[in-house]
Design a protein. Structure first.
Length: 439
């Protein structure tokens, strides 16, 4: 099959159209779509254009190499190898010349669809966090793992190495709860995680959350954004956040990835150019940037059912976690999906145990928040109203979260948790903790 030379296009248009192709082509082992003749009108000039990002180019080539190819894709790949079709010299050498040592050697193993050994997987994370490694190689690693699908052993090694590398801060409290929400935020439902943290703190249960201002490809509203809108300070140092949590009149906090893990924060630009999500989106929320010197609990969410046991298996062996509550969360957050019956498990002492605590029946109308300009603004407005005594949906969610979390983690009996949470909201105590925190 011959490939004709495409018409001229602007760099901005090329980059935008290339991103659209990557969204379709770099989905994964199932769901990716083959390239067609119209796509070549974008691909050939994009690879030739010096202003088009090299990482995006490398992600495209990786997708063609790893996945099953049609006739057109075979012709394109042969043309890249022979030099008939242009690739930048650095990419041509990387993809099609043999004998590369170190990280590139590991990447070629991934390009062949082979899983990395635990030792090489750990080493690959060290290379990923190394500022001296070219971004395009990091992009090949992240998208290559997505396209071949990470093995459990790889994910376990990735998580172990990331947990070693994160700048964790000790907090001098007897017990600490980590509300581990995805860093890419929420779009479809209001997520009240920072208000849950303040309510639990008012119940004398030190709690924190963590995240980013925004991250590709979802770019949802985030905890960071809610705190910004509340005129709080989501950029506090780890030591200052720890002091807030240790202060019984505050008892909660937020720590940003830019503070606790600058090396992964520096990958935000790369993640934007990759277009598709990588394993970082799953693992970065599990790193425990703050840790009690005594007892540590985590609440982590999942969306698709098969992730429940995957998360449990990943976290079973973590010595710094005494208990993990894994919930079917709204948009994968720690906020239980109040539209459905609870389906969560507890990881404790290396075992996964089913948890059965009756959930609050919460009536809601999506129209209420779909009319708002910003989900983060809606969360802030209704969350503050709940802390001020309003009997709104936010109050119902906050109480349900407090009951489910403390009951499932064996901190309080559900009936006691409901009474205490309600009292903290009605008395204004939860509001006082919210106002004092994250300033």
């Amino acid at each position: 099959m011959g490939i004709n030379q495409p018409r001229m296009q602007t760099t901005t248009k090329l980059q935008s159209r290339l991103a659209g192709i990557l969204k379709r082509k770099a989905v994964g082992p199932r769901g990716s779509r083959h390239l067609n003749e119209d796509d070549l009108e974008v691909i050939i000039p994009a690879l030739q254009a010096g202003a088009v990002n090299r990482t995006a180019k490398a992600v495209l080539v990786t997708a063609v190499i790893i996945q099953e190819r049609n006739e057109l894709e075979d012709s394109l790949l042969k043309g890249w190898k022979s030099g008939e079709y242009f690739l930048p010299d650095e990419l041509s050498s990387f993809f099609f010349e043999a004998g590369h040592p170190g990280f590139p050697k590991m990447l070629h193993q991934v390009l062949r669809g082979e899983d990395l050994s635990p030792r090489h997987a750990s080493a690959a994370i060290s290379h990923l966090l190394d500022g001296g490694i070219p971004d395009y190689q990091k992009g090949v690693f992240l998208i290559g793992e997505r396209l071949k699908r990470e093995s459990f052993e790889e994910n376990r090694a990735f998580l172990r190495q990331l947990r070693i590398a994160v700048n964790s801060q000790q907090v001098d409290v007897p017990l600490l709860i980590d509300l581990a929400d995805p860093y890419d935020g929420f779009r479809r439902y209001p997520i009240y995680t920072p208000f849950v943290a303040a309510l639990l703190a008012a119940m004398e249960i030190p709690t924190y959350c963590h995240g980013l201002q925004k991250v590709a490809p979802k770019y949802g509203d985030t905890i960071h954004r809610v705190l910004d809108l509340a005129d709080k300070n989501p950029g506090k140092s780890a030591a200052d956040v720890a002091r807030d949590i240790e202060d019984e009149s505050i008892g909660w906090g937020y720590i940003d990835q830019s503070v606790c893990f600058p090396a992964t924060y520096d990958l935000l630009g790369l993640r934007d150019k990759m277009v598709k999500r990588s394993f970082l989106a799953t693992l970065e929320k599990l790193l425990q940037p703050l840790r009690s010197r005594q007892i540590n609990y985590m609440v982590a969410g999942y969306v698709h059912s098969h992730y429940q046991q995957d998360l449990a298996n990943l976290l079973k062996s973590k010595k710094a976690l005494d208990r993990v509550l894994i919930v079917k969360g709204m948009e994968g957050t720690s906020q239980l999906d109040f539209r459905k019956e609870p389906d969560h498990i507890m990881v404790h002492n290396g075992k996964s145990l089913a948890v059965d605590i009756e959930s609050e029946k919460i009536g809601y109308s999506k129209a209420e928040w779909e009319e708002c300009n910003s989900m983060a603004e809606y969360v802030l407005e209704t969350g503050i109203a709940a802390l001020n005594g309003s009997k709104n949906i936010a109050r119902q969610i906050l109480i349900n979260q407090a009951v489910q979390i403390t009951g499932s983690l064996d901190i309080l009996e559900p009936i006691d948790a409901q009474a205490v949470a309600s009292r903290m909201l009605d008395s204004g105590q939860a509001l006082r903790h919210w106002k004092r925190g994250c300033n």
